[in-house]
Design a protein around this ligand. Structure first.
Ligand code: SAH
Length: 362
């Protein structure tokens, strides 16, 4: 069985040439339509803090990047952006930031979640308010519980790669792959809709690794996938040692990233899949192509303009000179150019989650 799945996934991920690629696109499109529908959901991303306790070798906001000035947006600013998203029909917002574990920070996030939930529910004739998504890294189970109780119902935590050896290559010694997996388990136990994903084009990463990444999502029953190409950041250790080789493999990495979207859609079927910003950092039409390969979620950045240049996880990040309104207009146009429509005033929960819930014994 494993062998069949392996071969099947390998054929999708390594597809190349016009005929093969249009074949996987068509198949992926059929499955998208059948299992999750043709609409595209917006998640407004508020990159509310770039302070981080972690030192990931690839990431521009790593602790040791001293060229960066650190910020934490105020509660008022964050709530304002979230309510802007609500007023513009976004079903959902993501609070994303570096990883910080102290009580003040956790209390701040909990407080924010309750406030945004309360305000948006009050304004919503349906009484549901915004769907709240959190992405602030590895936290204690108790902290995740607090987030959940405060109104969050989705959490994003990428595994980065499902290969423990490759994981240890791109992270400092004190980091544990096991711990990250444990966090994903804790989130699921609490009842979160769980999002994960990987970076594509890491040093020495093979097609087999990518096949295993998709199998990892399946085994772990992941509800939402956010994957994208690894993109160099020049002030990071990985960018420095691997930048040259990466540059020579850019086209291949970009295509692999699209093929991974198709592989996830065709193999996992009913999950939500994001067409990520990193795709657009490599190709101006990257996010449209992501939708054409099977993604059904787009995450417009709604961080105020003045903070955007300080949340650069990688070089060439698009949209840093734009504000939330410009991003909305631009992304709506991009979605429409693929023949799809943006679903407004809907949460767009992953179909996979309801199926998973229905299967779980009460
Ligand atoms: N601190 C949080 C969220 C912020 S980082 C967390 O740890 O989950 C969000 C994601 O950005 C990471 O999971 C990683 O997959 C991605 N990322 C970071 N640096 C990147 C790079 N150089 N290229 C592509 N993606 C990157």
């Amino acid at each position: 069985m494993k062998k069949d799945a392996d071969n099947f996934l390998r054929s999708i991920i390594s597809a190349c040439g016009d005929a093969e690629l249009s074949g996987i696109r068509a198949k992926s499109e059929r499955i998208t339509s059948e299992f999750v529908g043709d609409k595209v959901y917006f998640r407004g991303v508020i990159e509310f803090s770039n302070t981080c306790e972690k030192d990931c070798f690839y990431c521009g906001i790593r602790k040791s990047n001293h060229r960066l000035s650190r910020y934490l947006m105020s509660k008022e600013e964050i709530v304002r952006q979230a309510m802007w998203a609500f007023d513009n029909g976004y079903g959902s917002v993501v609070l994303q930031g570096g990883e910080v574990k102290d009580r003040d920070f956790i209390g701040f996030v909990v407080n924010l979640l309750s406030e945004i939930k309360k305000k948006s529910v009050k304004k919503d004739p349906k009484g549901k308010g915004l769907a709240l998504v959190v992405s602030v890294g590895e936290q204690k189970k108790k902290t995740y519980e607090e987030f959940f109780q405060a109104g969050a119902h989705r959490y994003l935590l990428r595994i980065e790669t499902s290969d423990p050896k490759l994981y240890s290559k791109i992270h400092p010694r004190n980091r544990s792959f096991r711990k990250r997996v444990k966090c994903l388990e804790a989130l699921k136990e609490i009842g979160f809709q769980v999002g994960s994903g990987v970076m594509i084009g890491l040093p020495s990463q093979t097609i087999e690794d990518l096949v295993n990444d998709v199998l990892f999502f399946k085994e772990r029953d992941i509800d939402m996938i956010g994957m994208g190409p690894y993109v160099v950041h020049k002030d990071t250790p990985l960018g420095k040692i691997y930048g040259g080789e990466w540059n020579s493999k850019k086209n291949e990495i970009f295509q692999l990233s699209l093929n991974m979207i198709a592989a996830c859609r065709i193999f996992l079927k009913d999950v939500n899949i994001a067409s990520t910003t990193a795709l657009q950092a490599m190709n101006p039409a990257g996010r449209e192509l992501g939708l054409m390969y099977g993604a059904n979620v787009i995450m417009p950045i709604i961080t105020p303009k003045e903070y955007r240049s300080r949340y650069l996880l990688y070089d060439n990040k698009p949209c840093i000179d734009e504000d939330a309104l410009q991003c909305m207009t631009c992304l709506t146009r991009r979605v429409n150019s693929t023949g799809k429509e943006v679903a407004l005033y809907e949460w767009g929960d992953p179909v996979h989650f309801s199926r998973r819930q229905a299967k779980t014994p009460k």
